[in-house]
Ligand binder design. Structure first.
Ligand SMILES: [Zn+2]
Length: 479
């Protein structure tokens, strides 16, 4: 039997606020363990949480950008469970009455647009972090992350493959990045995802048993874990077995999911409204103000790249897949206004290098090997005829290793293109004298030989001759 996967995703996006959701502690990543803590976020008795207004504003931004309805009076709730990294014994989250509901995101799947519905977006606080295997046989707890604000963005089970899931996540990540509410850094855990995966006989409209895969934090892990689960579940069902609702973890080394615990239901958490926090009332003026202040979003920027810079859809899509890349592109184009060529260098050569250096999933554009302005400068040298496209590849490689500017490299290494007719003519005469047989063949009608002779002249000039000049002069000489 053929099985059809049904996938829904829960994304946790860490918000780019300076302070935590219910206290004034810093949210900075990488501080000394437990440095960013206070009685509120570590849950000492008798303290009162105060909701960070910026968190609400960010939630509104995310909700409006994804076509959600905004709940005018939403509520914060306690989600009760016991865990060492959650000293209060409950997490403040939203349950009934989340701040945003019923939105959608359009994604591109093999050339077509697919609409993925959002169930809800709600605000919550993060828990701390347990550290094992570092200190003999004891475990350590770091509460710097406790109380850091998150948006949980929950999709309907509208996704049908691992590819669609990845496309959805990339689109969502671009949106929160463009909104400035989350940096999207998966490596540092500020954009992470749980996947709910089930399979059902193809064509059925009933849902199968839902398995949750927790804490996926790279696109590769997401893709592999979902693909693994689809196959595992299909195998179990084909073999006549039954699936139980459970939570599984992705084991990166063994490339398989394994069972973590049987899945809790909402009633296991005994959710109830947090008595320390008043219902959150959002007035229409605030919504209108946030809506008016929304920045240009990825889809709009893609359309602008296609119209304004005459880029094909494919390139425009890649360049707007992340805000930092889109900004990089526009900065390079500001340095030299040849958008098509700049786009080709980014999508081709630069992306290849980022992949090789494993920088493609990072968000530190300042760690990228070539500054945007320098890339623009490189393209300018080509357009001015100072270097050939081929020499430009050499210059680019040198930019990576030395960090020098393209003009500097061209001057230092004497790579300037030779357009001077007389010196090219000298090389052509030499090549023709040394290739008498080929010249004969060309004259007796073998046109292919022409390319060979051009190649010989280019080689003789170390690739520096202007190819157009070589072509013209050679053709004249052979007549
Ligand atoms: Zn605090």
């Amino acid at each position: 039997m053929n099985y059809e996967p049904v996938i829904g995703l829960e994304v946790h996006a860490q918000l780019l606020t300076d302070s935590k959701i219910f206290c004034g502690c810093s949210t900075r990543f990488g501080a000394e363990p437990n440095a960013n803590t206070c009685p509120v976020c570590i849950g000492l008795p008798g303290v009162l949480p105060v909701l960070n207004r910026k968190v609400v504003e960010f939630a509104l931004r995310a909700g409006l950008a994804t076509h959600c309805e905004i709940t005018r009076a939403s509520r914060l709730a306690r989600k009760n469970y016991f865990y060492p990294d959650l000293p209060k014994g409950y997490q403040i989250s939203q349950y009934e009455l989340p701040i945003c509901e019923h939105g959608y995101i359009d994604i591109e799947v093999s050339g077509a647009t697919k609409r993925v519905r959002l169930t809800r977006i709600h605000m919550e606080e993060d828990a701390g972090k347990n550290i094992h295997d570092q200190h003999g046989d004891s475990s350590l707890v770091d509460l710097n992350r406790a109380g850091v604000p998150l948006l949980e963005i929950v999709s309907e089970p509208d996704l049908r493959s691992a590819d669609e899931a990845v496309s959805y996540l990339k689109t969502l990540r671009a949106i929160v990045q463009f909104l400035g509410v989350c940096d999207g850094n998966m490596e540092e855990g500020s954009f992470r995802c749980d996947a709910n995966v089930s399979v059902r006989p193809a064509g059925s409209d009933r849902l199968g048993t839902k398995i949750e895969i927790k804490n996926l934090n790279s696109f590769k892990a997401i893709e592999k874990a979902i693909a693994f689960e689809i196959e595992r579940q299909s195998d179990v069902l084909s073999g006549g077995g039954q699936l139980v609702q459970e939570t599984r973890l992705w084991d990166e080394h063994r490339e398989e999911t394994r069972s973590m615990r049987s899945k809790e239901s909402a009633h296991d958490y005994r959710y109830f409204p947090d008595p320390d926090l008043l219902p959150l009332v959002i007035n229409a003026d605030w919504i209108a103000e946030v809506r008016a202040g929304l920045p240009e979003l990825p889809a709009a920027r893609k359309a602008r790249f296609m119209q304004g810079y005459q880029l094909p859809a494919y390139e425009a899509e890649l360049l707007t897949s992340r805000k930092d890349i889109a900004d990089y592109f526009e900065e390079a184009v500001t340095a030299h206004a040849n958008a098509k060529a700049v786009a080709n260098w980014i999508v081709g050569d630069l992306f290849r290098v980022l992949k090789e250096q494993k920088l493609d999933e990072e968000f530190y554009i300042d760690r990228w090997p070539v500054a945007a302005e320098r890339l623009g400068e490189l393209v300018r040298l080509i357009d001015q005829g100072k270097i050939s496209g081929k020499i430009a590849k050499t210059v680019f490689a040198e930019m990576l290793s030395s960090g020098k500017s393209p003009q500097q490299i061209v001057s230092d290494k004497g790579l300037e293109q030779v357009s001077d007719r007389s010196s090219i003519e000298i090389e052509i005469d030499r090549v023709l004298a040394a290739n008498g047989k080929q010249v004969e063949q060309y004259k007796s009608g073998n046109d292919k030989i022409f390319g060979y002779l051009v190649g010989q002249v280019m080689k003789a000039t170390g690739g520096k001759a202007n190819p157009q000049t070589v072509n013209n002069l050679l053709r004249a000489k052979l007549q």
